[in-house]
Design a protein around this ligand. Structure first.
Ligand code: KMH
Ligand code: ZN
Length: 273
């Protein structure tokens, strides 16, 4: 079992409105302040979504480049950009995210129901993202919302070879309405199906955050937490900010005797230079 725990923070997402949750970091200044606070609390990686002035998902390459540079200037965090964006974002814009030269990017391994919407990830999009990651040395993190997504991950590896750095790292996203539930049973089923060489983190949406985190720690996985996925610590208890979720994850990891990885340790773990 892996001894240390890598914590990724996903501070913003594309779905929650700033007007509904004022603590959501949506400006560049708020994002950088959040990155610093979460790094101090134990995060090693940040999964970034940007918003435009109207609070919509923003995949503008210039803005993404600026955000990558600003986070790198203020923290050691591994910077992962979302290529998922919001469900309305175009494939062209989602592919262009890689032009902002992040350390890592999310790469969702299949189309999935997403609440009342559909999050579209057809095979040609996955191939385009994956092969561009290989060309540019960007580490893809394979987002798995459903069991069938593992088959697509294996098909990518079989068809196009290993990722840059030769590390296969996945993130199990559990508890999205319309996809796998956020349960220990679902987590165990996905982990059992992963390629033998894969490492993984897990994310439990909403009230599944704690069950999924505890299951992941006991099963040797890593953690993703943040306000993209979780807005309440518990019933009737809204989160103060992202650092509070990272602090809680770090406490759970410490209790499991799997203390947090520093960003440098996480870079080594993921095969990043
Ligand atoms: N906002 C979701 C539609 C990712 O970042 O790659 C997609 C998502 C996954 O958040
Ligand atoms: Zn995301």
């Amino acid at each position: 079992m892996t001894a240390a725990t890598m914590i990724t923070v996903a501070p913003t997402g594309a779905e929650t409105a700033k007007a509904d949750v004022p603590a959501l970091p949506t400006t560049l200044d708020e994002l950088v302040a959040t990155a610093k606070a979460c790094a101090a609390a134990g995060a090693a990686m940040i999964h970034v979504h940007l918003r435009d002035a109207a609070d919509r998902s923003c995949l503008d390459v210039g803005a993404l480049r600026e955000a990558v540079a600003a986070i790198r200037a203020e923290t050691e965090l591994i910077v992962q950009l979302s290529t998922g964006g919001g469900v309305e974002d175009s494939f062209v814009d989602r592919i262009a995210v890689l032009d902002a030269d992040p350390d890592s990017c999310s790469l969702t391994c299949g189309t999935v129901n997403f609440g009342d919407s559909v999050f579209a990830n057809p095979w040609p999009l996955m191939v385009e993202l994956y092969t561009r990651c290989q060309d540019r040395g960007i580490l893809p993190e394979f987002e798995l919302f459903d069991l069938g997504h593992v088959a697509n991950l294996k098909r990518l590896l079989d068809s196009y070879g290993p990722p840059p750095g030769d590390r296969v790292h996945a993130d199990l996203v559990l508890g999205v309405p319309g996809a796998l539930p956020g349960t220990t049973e679902a987590l165990v089923a996905v982990v059992a199906a992963l390629p033998a060489e894969a490492t993984w983190s897990a994310t439990g949406i909403g009230r599944s955050t704690l069950p999924v985190a505890l299951a992941a720690l006991s099963a040797g996985g890593h953690l993703r937490v943040g306000m993209e996925d979780t807005l309440n610590l518990g019933p009737g208890s809204p989160v103060r900010d992202n650092a509070e979720l990272v602090e809680r994850a770090a406490s759970l990891a410490a209790a499991a005797q799997r203390p947090v990885m520093s960003p440098a340790q996480a870079r080594e773990f993921l095969g990043l230079e």
